[in-house]
Design a protein. Sequence first.
Lengths: 245, 397
Amino acid sequence: MSTLIEFRDVCKYYQMGDETVRAADHISMKIEKGEFVAIVGQSGSGKSTCMNIIGCLDVPTSGTYLLDGRDVGEMNRNELAEIRNELLGFIFQQYNLLPKLSILENVEVPLMYAGISRKERRERATEALEAVGLADKLKNKPSQLSGGQQQRVSIARALVGHPAVILADEPTGALDSRTGREVIAILQKLHKQGHTIVLITHDDSIAVQTERIIRLEDGHVVYDGDAKAPEATVRHTSQSEEGGI
Amino acid sequence: MNFFETFRLALQNIWASKMRTFLTMLGIVIGITAVIVIVGLGNGMQKYMEDSFASMGTNSLTVSIRGRGTSRSVSVDDMYEMVEQNKTVLDKISPTVTMQSQIKVGTETLSSTATGVSEDYFKIKDYEIAEGRGIQYIDVAERKKICVVGQYINQTYYAGRAVGDTIKIGADKLTIVGVMAQEADEMEEGGTDDSIFLPYSTAARLSGMGTISTFTITIYNEEQASIAKKVVEDTLYKTFRNSDSYTVISMVEILDIMNSMIDVMITILAIIAGISLLVGGIGIMNIMLVSVTERTREIGIRKALGAKEGVILRQFVIEAGTTAAIGGIIGILLGYFLSRVATVIVTALLETELTVVPSAGSVLLAFGVSAAVGVIFGYLPARKAALLNPIDALRYD
């Protein structure tokens, strides 16, 4: 297996007034091709910062982030846009579909920015929507679909560009538990097909359904290992839980 | 993502918010409409003036001599000689003597004008003879009591059989030797068709006028109007040594002055109308800024999915440009429509044949300006959109 995502002493500091917030403090990790990883942590643990960096939406303050061997820290905003388009598929908590477009057009968007012809876009987007079981709703607007269906559209959109990494940010956060389970099942299926999936969540019950858990607390990695191991779900600080199970 | 694709996206967005787009482009619509109608009105006025002048003959100079006591004067022969000596620019000359006497046919008094002219006058004015003959050199030389009448007089007082009959000017009876062809589109009292022409020598004697003081001179080339005018003025100056003793009016010059006055007026009006284009542009900028804020999340999503800054910039600039251009097209159509309406109203109110004609140039310019206004005023909001941070934009509600 080859390494797809590599963090070397990645730091991200924010200036909040006089105080420096260390959202990511010397994080090092490697994610191999084909892995299904959950990055877990409470709010303020730095998992959103990690996701932004992995998703090439942000660059580290210091340290190196290699995505598929490329140093993202050195890239300008346009190169970042290009690499997001090429290597990453996003699944968001709020689906983030474009409300004025039909779901077919929504799925076409990443292909459009990749400069793919209209005909091919249509074909590939249709295929992707068929794969998530929405072949009969191509012309519908997102608002005409249920939450679970909308999330499936966003999965199709994440997949359509054949990205190296699928980045799912709290994909079940806005769904009831049953549809949440369906979405996780789809992700597991994709993993079996060989996709690399990074799931960001605060929810241990979701995290344990992956293969590997990377737990963050206060910008540090406090656990990195098998998702089934008992210590994977143990909290290291005595902080009371907020919002989890 | 190519230009065409971005353009399609822009059209989609415009169509998705039709009402807002329409209100946004209203300023542009009004501005363009105003410019087109005003420029059209100007063109119409210019054309109307040119037509009116053309019917008077733009290739002629009118010379009036006031004279300077009895010591210095210019005779008809002097004037003829001047034309003869300047054959390169001056063509024909005719003295004109306007009669003040009462004109009568039988016992009926006419309001027609009687003018004494030379045998060349009909050629100068491009008048045609329909029946009989025109005025000839021999008539002038022998001061014959003959005349040529307009078609209106022929029809109204002689039932079309004027030739051979007589007309009374003052105490004298003149034989009608010819009838002019109809000149104006409609014959009316007081017009050219209601005129009587007689030899100037006869006219001078009948009205007891010693010297003839008004002349009409034709020139070969309208372009040479100012040269011709100068030649005549110089000749007259040599005699009178005083430029107040005579006046030379060139029709072309007057037309030019009138045209440039209309031009200035129309330009000022068009600029005022153009200010509404500026206001329209600011309106577009305003709405685009609101739109960028509203669509912050959309922009964030697009950026996350791989839209580069240039693509976002282009999308918003094209959207603004297209909005303005559509406004421009509506303005052009509306402008044409209102030009028609204006033509009808002006024609009815002023009883003139004035047509409001928008020029193709002004239409093209209007379209170009409106699209440019959209692009220029759309740039600032588009830049704002392009530079949005995708993380913040995605989090935006």
